[in-house]
Design a protein around this ligand. Structure first.
Ligand SMILES: [Zn+2]
Ligand SMILES: [Zn+2]
Length: 132
């Protein structure tokens, strides 16, 4: 399984599915993705292999941690991210895996800024803000 940017130069090789898939509706993720929400699949960093060049952007989260995103300097696609809260994990943006069968989120956070037409179905955890 592999994640890659639009132009294909930035890739992440993945060991397979992961249960740790999170949908985030916060305003920063809306701006990061250009979409109403972002979905990230978290893996232990030692189980993934990144290849290609990435540009890094770091911001503070609303819960006081750092959030780093890594994107292709050529095509701009954000392929992976790292949170100060879980520094041993790499978060891979689910859209870059481009697999419609990829597992759905187990958690939906910052639903207080969720677009009104969006609903995340299934027996998953819902939080109005970040996970407490
Ligand atoms: Zn690219
Ligand atoms: Zn977010």
């Amino acid at each position: 399984m592999k994640a890659q940017c639009q132009c294909g130069q930035l890739c992440v090789d993945l060991p397979g599915p992961t249960p740790a898939v999170v949908a985030c509706h916060c305003i920063a993720c809306q701006r990061r993705t250009g979409s109403p929400f972002g979905v990230i699949a978290y893996y232990p960093a030692d189980q993934v292999v990144v290849s290609g060049n990435a540009t890094r952007f770091e911001r503070a989260t609303d819960t006081g941690n750092s959030f780093e995103t890594f994107f292709c300097p050529t095509c701009g696609t954000t392929v992976y991210a790292r949170t100060g809260r879980h520094p041993a994990m790499i978060g891979v943006t689910v859209g870059t895996i481009a697999d419609p069968q990829f597992q759905p989120p187990v958690r939906s956070v910052w639903e207080q800024s969720m677009h009104t037409w969006v609903s995340i179905p299934g027996a998953i955890e819902h939080y109005p803000q970040g996970r407490v």
